[in-house]
Design a protein around this ligand. Sequence first.
Ligand code: PA5
Length: 443
Amino acid sequence: MEKLQFINSGVLGSVSLKAIDALAPEAEVSFAKLTDGSGAGADFLGWVDLATRTPDSLVDDIMDTAAQLRRDCDVIVAIGIGGSYLGAKAVIEALNNSFDAYIPAAGPKVLFAGQNIGEDYLYELQQLLKDKKFGIIVISKSGTTTEPAIAFRLLKEQLEAQLGREEAGKRIVAITDEHRGALRSLATTEGYKTYVIDDNVGGRFSVLSPVGLLPIAAAGFDIRELIGGARAMQKATLDGSDTSAKEYAMTRNALYRDGKKIEILVNYNPKLHFFGEWWKQLYGESEGKDHKGIFPAAVDNSTDLHSMGQWIQDGERTIFETVISVAAQQHSVVIPSDEANLDGLNYIAGKRVDQVNKMAELGTRLAHIDGGVPNMQLVVPALTPYWLGQLIYFFEAACGISGYLLGVNPFNQPGVEAYKRNMFALLEKPGYEKETEAIKARL
Ligand code: PA5
């Protein structure tokens, strides 16, 4: 039977199996904390069984809402940042036709806003939406985050100007806390359709909640399959029949304790670029605290072999890699033979492009191992909703175990408040008068 395969033999020149296995007792304790709630941040363990707790009726309801948005709109703008953005973006990019934006017949497009404060970005989006039928999915767990709030204020005003307040309201869906936050009050006042983000599911662990499911379904993808994959991985991880998440957590912590401070998530498929972004947030926000944590980076190969490849092969030896290998492609493209052979490529004529890509991957992996870059590999059978669901759960479970192995609370993010405090002080937000005075004195 096909399965997600985790292989860590490529690290053994750097850390021994004995050193990895020595972490097994700690990993068991860390793993138990995820299910018995005895660890730090236990209020945020709702993701552990989210896939199986999500009733099919909710999935059906989300699919109905998505279908209606797709019927009514040419463009659906998903507004959110961090965990309220990256999961949906990662899955949609992984499944989409690479040139979807240029294929109108492929159906409504999901675009993103509120993930930055780029004035030109927002202006250009407003211009694009001027002559489009559009709808909005606004996502914020706290309901108070500045970036999505600005984008929503702008696009809500634009939609209301186009359709009138009542009709606009039918094309807006809000996903937020059940009771708290400005977005909840606004949605209640305006009578929007809403979905709830459970209190015990943190933003970066929320892709399998309505936060990720609605935009993914609105982009036309099968969220039943996605949830199905996550359920299968959840079951196998929790009943112990699949120990790969634990092994990954142990291996990366053994490497970290041996001085490898940076992990690079490597893909050989351009559709996985945003999966790397999602993974960076998941691990960066979960582990980087108390002046500890593996720094998560990501590269897209073979593109980045022509930029970061030099550093990885030959730079400071403080890195290790985790390579996501996609076993099967959706399409076949064969390199043609050419009689003149002016480009000298006839030696690979008749081969599929993916065969060449796989040799680039294997050649790089071996060169990196030889160059002192320990290397883990995760083989995914194919880029489908089902396997993405498995991959998401795998990385979430490993992240929880790994954070506890590191000795931090993987489920809070106190560090992100520092910039907000300064920004609010600089913008003279009511309630921040003392901070405004203090920061002005520094300038
Ligand atoms: O993982 C997290 O909790 C954060 O990255 C949040 O998702 C992000 O800050 C957005 O927060 P909110 O959904 O409250 O707008």
